[in-house]
Design a protein around this ligand. Structure first.
Ligand SMILES: Nc1ncnc2c1ncn2[C@@H]1O[C@H](COP(=O)(O)OP(=O)(O)O)[C@@H](O)[C@H]1O
Ligand SMILES: [Mg+2]
Length: 247
């Protein structure tokens, strides 16, 4: 196949009334990257990735995934094409056991791919996923009883269970302890061997550890893009974000 960009947006916009949450973003992501998106609160990061996943509809512009224009595809169809995402707000079935949450995602993947879906196979795959995200000991607990950070990890597991081409993570380390954050970084590196990762993250240590490239959003636009070293040295980024010390 000719060179197809993994993911591309063209002049992508999302306006809520007078609020220009995303305001003309041209963005490309190559297969295999770990890309971080940073920027101050309200910069449009969550809205931008919601446009990629189909959770939010674009006001204008295009999203192209693996050469296909997916701008008007609903979220569930984008999931089938390989785009999985976790939200900033947890999106789990709180009354269901932890393992069931993952099993639902496993079953969804298997039935979409036409594979056999015996209960034993689903359970076994769900257990593997829980082990990867470090939640095996909570398998039978109600998901809503987990600590907030663990609920975020469960969401990552639900995304992983879909075996996505692109995994979008919106502030996944929020609420994790230092040692859990470090385990999470190891997990992301492992996931990145088989998937492309787009990560919204406030913890700059995590960003600098994981990201090959960083995109900085500010007021709905791309302010800067580059290697972690470039971004650290970028004056406009420092002014808008890094130097503020309160993020
Ligand atoms: N559903 C919505 N309706 C109205 N305004 C919204 C909605 N979602 C986000 N916004 C606004 O869009 C801007 C960008 O928000 P968001 O994408 O959540 O930023 P970030 O994730 O970078 O903190 C903010 O001003 C926010 O208040
Ligand atoms: Mg956000």
């Amino acid at each position: 196949m000719a060179d197809v960009t993994f993911l591309k947006t063209k002049d992508l916009k999302c306006h809520f009334g007078g609020i220009k949450a995303v305001d003309g973003v041209d963005f490309t992501l190559e297969k295999g990257e770990i890309r971080a998106i940073i920027g101050p609160n309200g910069a449009g990061k969550s809205t931008f990735v919601s446009l990629l996943s189909g959770r939010t509809e674009a006001t204008a512009g295009e999203v192209e995934f693996l050469g296909e224009n997916v701008t008007r595809l609903p979220a569930y169809k984008r999931v089938r094409r390989g785009i999985a995402y976790t939200f900033q707000i947890t999106n789990i079935y709180k009354d269901f056991p932890v393992i069931e949450n993952v099993a639902i995602a496993v079953q969804s993947r298997l039935s979409n791919s036409g594979e056999k879906t015996g209960a034993g196979r689903i359970r076994a795959e769900a257990e593997k996923v829980l082990a990867r995200v470090g939640l095996s000991q909570f398998a039978e607990r109600k998901a809503g009883e987990l600590a907030y950070g663990h609920q975020r990890l469960l969401e990552v597991g639900m995304g992983l269970a879909l075996q996505p081409e692109l995994l979008i993570l919106d502030e996944p380390t929020q609420g994790l302890s230092d040692s859990e954050v470090s385990d999470f970084c190891d997990l992301v590196k492992e996931i990145a061997q088989n998937a492309t990762i787009l990560l919204i993250e406030h913890n700059m240590d995590v960003v600098m550890t994981l990201a090959g490239r960083i995109t900085v959003l500010n007021q709905g636009r791309i302010l800067a893009e580059g290697s972690p070293e470039d971004i650290r040295a970028n004056r406009a980024v420092q002014d808008a974000y890094l130097g503020r010390g309160d993020e």
